[in-house]
Design a protein around this ligand. Structure first.
Ligand code: URA
Length: 235
């Protein structure tokens, strides 16, 4: 296995951060500094970061129902509360993707860098469902059709999405993309401001059983279903 993948699998860091650790000369294999992220290592290799032995740790995935005002980075340089603060763990957990600070709902955290990368990769197009309260209400049919078929944003046209108005001014949108502030920008592009935004589903998982601010560890069966959604059955 490539060294960078080994570090991400072990929960040391995300893949990108692991690349930096290696480039900065902080990683040794068998006592020798290694700066090649593609260096082949296996379970028997003695890999150290800053002189500390990297142990393979159990991989865990948590679902959190994110409250508003919490940022979805692992650490915040401005001292704001983060999603990682809401899921106490001895392990270093990383959020899978991002929600805006004022967006609520389902976000996953994991120490499995490989799974996180797959779930976020545009190639696998894991569907995510959002409920948006918009104004003005109701949303006329031509605007709904545009949201479904694709809206021109400054970073390109959006892919087809499932969109329905569940009540006047309340949209349920299922997207297979994850661009920055995508739902807010899509709605703005068709003349509607998003007042509230909540993610209700991520792939096969629903937020319904979690109270706001609550979290729970996913079962092995749920993690398998997620892996399948990320195109990686049995990985
Ligand atoms: N779309 C947005 O606009 N914001 C989010 O937080 C998630 C999706």
């Amino acid at each position: 296995m490539r060294l960078v993948k080994y570090l991400a699998h072990a929960g040391v860091a995300s893949r990108r951060a692991a690349e930096r650790l290696i480039a900065d000369g902080r990683v040794t294999v068998g006592g020798e500094p290694v700066t090649d992220p593609a260096r082949d290592v296996d379970e028997g290799s003695v890999v150290e970061v800053d002189g500390g032995r990297v142990e393979r740790e159990e991989r865990v995935v948590y679902a959190l129902n994110k409250p508003p005002g919490v940022v979805s980075t692992a650490r915040d340089t401005h001292g704001r509360r983060t999603v990682a603060d809401l899921v106490p763990s001895d392990r270093r957990l990383y959020p899978v993707g991002r929600l805006d600070a004022d967006t609520t709902g389902l976000i996953l955290l994991t120490n499995d860098g490989e799974l996180a990368n797959r779930l976020m990769h545009p190639r696998y197009e894991v569907p995510k469902t959002y409920v948006a309260v918009v104004q003005p209400a109701p949303v006329p049919e031509p605007a709904l059709r545009l949201l479904r078929e694709g809206v021109q944003l400054d970073d390109g046209r959006t892919a087809p999405a499932h969109v329905r108005e569940v009540r006047p001014g309340v949209l349920e949108l299922t997207l297979r993309e994850g661009r920055k502030r995508q739902v807010r920008r899509m709605c703005e592009a068709v003349g509607h401001e998003v007042l509230e935004l909540r993610r209700t589903a991520f792939g096969p998982l629903r937020v319904a059983d979690l109270g706001e601010g609550d979290h729970r560890r996913l079962t092995a069966a749920e993690v398998e279903r997620l892996r399948a959604a990320g195109g990686a059955v049995g990985l």
